[in-house]
Design a protein around this ligand. Sequence first.
Ligand SMILES: Cc1cc2nc3c(=O)[nH]c(=O)nc-3n(C[C@H](O)[C@H](O)[C@H](O)COP(=O)(O)OP(=O)(O)OC[C@H]3O[C@@H](n4cnc5c(N)ncnc54)[C@H](O)[C@@H]3O)c2cc1C
Length: 235
Amino acid sequence: MRGWRRARLTGRTKQTATGRTLVFEVPRWPGHRPGQHVDVRLTAADGYQAVRSYSLAAPADGERVELGVQAAPGGEVSPYLADDLPVGAEVEVTGPLGGWFVWTPQEAGPLLLLAGGSGIVPLMAMVRARLASPSDEPCTLLHSVRSPDDVWYAAELDAAAAARHVRVRHLWTRAAPEGAARPVGRLTGADLRDLPPPADCRCFVCGPTGFVEHAGDLLLAAGYAPGRIRTERFG
Ligand SMILES: Cc1cc2nc3c(=O)[nH]c(=O)nc-3n(C[C@H](O)[C@H](O)[C@H](O)COP(=O)(O)OP(=O)(O)OC[C@H]3O[C@@H](n4cnc5c(N)ncnc54)[C@H](O)[C@@H]3O)c2cc1C
């Protein structure tokens, strides 16, 4: 049987029009690895329960647990978490969950992270862990988003990109900022040129199913080894 823990919402930050960072305090949280997720359980007054998965957005930090929630239009749980759950209120979480889509700074080699929309959330935990580690091996994040208004963690990623070994590139799919060199459109093979050499690179891909499948195909075509590509679909 899974163990559920009380999780108290201590803060909410707007990332985009529909994306929010939620910070919870979870007593006796056991810690986790970048890439893992939790299941969040909501219980209504009449006993009805709903459970959804949310990725951990930051490396382990005591009882502080950070999630990133994209409000899905018409969704049952995500719009409530994103905007309605009051700060100070409690939900339940179980986890950490997932043992495949994980990375720790002890793993050597370059990192290539491909995110579609809110798929950035678990990859942000990896970027933060890499920045906090002494390693100066290359870490490249490609984030596919509709427009500059849809960028998550904008200030933090700008600062991260100033680090010598971290590269952050946004791929605009609908509207680009003025002067952007890359044409607007979805990820293509051309976006993977000039990246860490395939041989020893670890790749993590996260986002909607269509994005993940497309990105995985492009990575294979570019010579990245199947065993070094790990994917997570948000559905
Ligand atoms: C491992 C994992 C990690 C995840 N991490 C994150 C994360 O970090 N951040 C994040 O935001 N999400 C994440 N997700 C997705 C998340 O678990 C939820 O699926 C998401 O928040 C939507 O839940 P919801 O209850 O709001 O929507 P749901 O109620 O489950 O509905 C999903 C979509 O289907 C539509 N829909 C529902 N019912 C119908 C119907 N009858 N007819 C037509 N359309 C319908 C809704 O409008 C909505 O757009 C993750 C998923 C997995 C599996």
